[in-house]
Design a protein around this ligand. Structure first.
Ligand SMILES: [Zn+2]
Ligand SMILES: [Zn+2]
Length: 186
């Protein structure tokens, strides 16, 4: 797509995907841990919105059952709008100034694909434990990982990543051993 990118994309430019993925993982973790589970002045709507999700899918009703339930899993458009305006576009502009158009566009594309992946994996994590998707390597791990986060005793302690829990591992907040009354979602 030479009309979109500034000519051929070099191997070095393709490498933009790696640090962008890692940065997205940390942002996903930080927004979930510190904005969606803390009462921050002027940002309390994030906590409120997220608690709707946690209260809808609690220890007793963790899995998707009806089509309506999907609406309670996928993040509302305001989250993507804020992510794009406050984080993605300003950082893409810096990338454009420092490294050029290809790097800036690859950065935007990676962030958007990461966000899409996050929504899909979150839906899969709320899909019944006997669904075929959990036979795909890693999927059942993500289901258990997120299931424990939905325990009200655990949600401010662990498992903030939706995609690969790299940041949870890094910050020591990954937990796949339910330690309270939760013994697995019904
Ligand atoms: Zn969830
Ligand atoms: Zn949460």
């Amino acid at each position: 797509m030479p009309f979109v990118f500034g000519g051929e994309i070099s191997a070095t430019e393709w490498l933009t995907i790696v640090p962008t993925f890692l940065l997205a993982n940390i942002v996903e973790y930080g927004v979930h841990r510190w904005l969606m589970h803390r009462h921050i002045k002027h940002m309390a709507f994030m906590l409120k919105l997220h608690m709707v999700h946690h209260n809808y899918f609690d220890e007793a009703e963790y899995y998707l059952r009806t089509f309506q339930d999907y609406k309670m899993v996928v993040f509302p458009p305001v989250v993507l709008n804020m992510l794009t305006l406050l984080i993605t576009l300003p950082l893409a502009y810096v990338a454009f100034l420092v490294a050029g158009k290809n790097v800036a566009l690859l950065f935007i594309a990676t962030v958007m694909l990461y966000y899409l992946l996050m929504q899909i994996l979150h839906v899969f994590a709320h899909t019944a434990h006997n669904h075929w998707i959990h036979r795909v390597p890693g999927m059942d791990y993500l289901r258990i990982h997120h299931n424990i986060h939905h325990d009200h005793d655990e949600m401010t302690r662990c498992n903030y990543n939706f995609v690969i829990p790299l940041s949870d591992w890094l910050f020591g907040t990954s937990n796949i051993q339910p330690r309270s009354r939760l013994t697995g979602a019904k």
